[in-house]
Design a protein around this ligand. Structure first.
Ligand SMILES: [Zn+2]
Length: 376
C-alpha cells in the first residue's frame, strides 16, 4: 500500500475543524456526510441511522450488504467532548511530528484510519472478509442512543475491533473498567432550627451517614471504587434541611461486584439511618467492565502475531476509562480496543496525535483484517 501522510492529514482536517460535540447534532451530521462520501467511494454501502433528535446520526457501513453475520465489526465515534467554538479557536495544527486539535486523537484519527485500512485491504482479504463498520454519535455521553444498535450488530459479528487511540507508549487496550453514576436524593422534613429542631428530619444528616457508608464499600484491592463527588442540600442555616442530593461515581473490574453495590445501595434506601427520611437511588449511567474472555485471548494472540511479523512493538493496557468496547465485550463478543494511531491528552486542549504512528497502525489493522480473512 502506498501511504501519504500529507494526504491523510488533508482528509483529517475537515473532520477535526468542525464542532461536533455529542450535543451538537448538526456537527456530527457533517462528519457523517463526509465519512459517507469516503466509504461510497470505495464501494461500501452506508446506512444512516437516527436514533434520537437530541444527537447526530450513526452510520452502519458494510461490504456485505445482505450478510446475516460479519467476520468483524469495526467501530468508532464521531462525537467529541468539546463545545461549539472550539474548532474555530484551535483548528487542526501540525507541529513537528504531532498534530493537535479537538478530537484529533479521540477519535477522528481512528475513524479515518479504519477507512484507510479497508480501502487498501489486499484483494484476497477484501473478497472474503465480511466487514461492518459502526460509527456512533454519542459515545462521549455514554452511548445512550446507539448502545442497543452497537450490541445487536456486535452479536452478529465474530469479533469487535474499536479504533480509539493507542496509548502514547504504543499499547492497545484489552480490558476496561466498568463505571456507573448514581444520583441519590434524600428527603427529610423542614423545621425551625431554633424553635422546633426535634420536629425536623435532616436530609443532610442522612446524606452524611450515606457518605460514610459508601466509603466503606470501596474495595481498592478488587478495584471497586466509589466516590461521593458532588453534594448539595439545605436552604438556610436556621432550617432543618428537608432535601439533599449526592452524585456518586462507581468504577469496577467485576460486573458482579457492581451489581452487589447496586443491591447494597437499594437496601440502604429501604432502611434510612434517620427515622422519617426517604431516600431515592437512581442509577443514571452504567457501563459494564470489559474483561478478556478465552476467545478474546485468542484474538490478542492473533494481533500479537501480526505485530511481531511487522516488527511493531505493542503491548496491552488495562484502562480505567470506558469505551463502546465495554458494551460489546459484556455481550460476549471478543472485543479489543486501541486500534487507532497513538495519541493522548484526550478531552483536554493538550490532545495530540503522534504522526509517526499513523501508517504503522493502519498497517497493523490491515494485517489483522487479512489474518481474520485467512482464518475464515
Ligand atoms: Zn473516544
Amino acid at each position: 500500500m502506498f501511504f501519504s501522510l500529507q494526504d491523510y492529514l488533508a482528509k483529517l482536517e475537515p473532520m477535526v475543524n468542525v464542532d461536533c460535540g455529542s450535543r451538537t447534532p448538526e456537527g456530527v451530521a457533517a462528519v457523517a456526510d463526509y465519512v459517507t462520501a469516503l466509504y461510497q467511494r470505495i464501494g461500501y454501502r452506508v446506512t444512516r441511522r437516527q436514533f434520537s433528535d437530541a444527537c447526530g446520526p450513526c452510520l452502519e457501513i458494510t461490504n456485505a450488504p445482505d450478510a446475516a453475520q460479519y467476520d468483524v465489526m469495526l467501530s468508532g465515534h464521531m462525537d467529541t467532548v468539546f463545545p461549539v467554538g472550539t474548532a474555530a479557536e484551535r483548528p487542526l495544527r501540525v507541529e513537528g511530528d504531532m498534530a493537535y486539535g479537538p478530537g484529533v486523537s479521540d477519535m477522528k484519527a481512528g475513524v479515518l484510519a479504519l477507512w484507510y485500512a479497508l480501502k487498501d485491504l489486499p484483494q484476497a482479504a477484501d473478497g472474503s472478509l465480511k466487514v461492518v463498520v459502526c460509527y456512533n454519535c454519542d459515545e462521549e455521553i455514554g452511548s445512550p442512543y446507539s448502545r442497543d444498535w452497537l450490541v445487536d450488530t456486535a452479536k452478529k459479528s465474530a469479533c469487535v475491533l474499536v479504533a480509539e487511540a493507542a496509548r502514547a507508549n504504543g499499547q492497545l487496550v484489552k480490558a476496561r473498567k466498568g463505571n456507573a453514576k448514581y444520583r441519590i436524593a434524600f428527603h427529610g422534613k423542614a423545621s425551625h432550627a431554633g424553635n422546633a429542631l426535634a420536629e425536623g428530619v435532616s436530609a443532610i444528616t442522612e446524606l452524611a451517614n450515606w457518605t460514610l457508608a459508601i466509603n466503606q464499600m470501596v474495595d481498592l484491592e478488587a478495584g471497586t471504587t466509589l466516590n461521593v463527588g458532588l453534594i448539595k442540600g439545605g436552604t438556610g442555616v436556621n432550617v432543618v434541611p428537608d432535601f439533599a442530593e449526592a452524585i456518586v461515581d462507581l468504577r469496577f473490574w467485576d460486573n458482579d461486584a457492581a451489581e452487589g453495590i447496586d443491591a447494597h445501595l437499594r437496601a440502604l434506601a429501604d432502611s434510612p439511618f434517620v427515622a422519617g427520611c426517604r431516600v431515592e437511588v437512581e442509577r443514571q449511567t452504567f457501563k459494564p467492565a470489559m474483561r478478556p474472555s478465552a476467545d478474546t485471548e485468542a484474538l490478542i494472540a492473533l494481533v500479537e502475531a501480526v505485530a511481531a511479523e511487522q516488527g511493531l512493538p505493542i503491548g496491552w493496557q488495562e484502562a480505567g476509562g470506558g469505551s463502546d468496547a465495554n458494551f460489546t465485550a459484556a455481550a460476549g463478543v471478543p472485543s479489543l480496543d486501541g486500534f487507532g494511531p497513538q495519541g493522548g491528552g484526550w478531552h483536554a486542549a493538550s490532545e495530540f496525535l503522534m504522526l509517526g504512528s499513523v501508517e504503522p497502525r493502519i498497517r497493523l489493522l490491515q494485517g489483522v483484517l487479512a489474518r481474520l480473512a485467512a482464518r475464515g
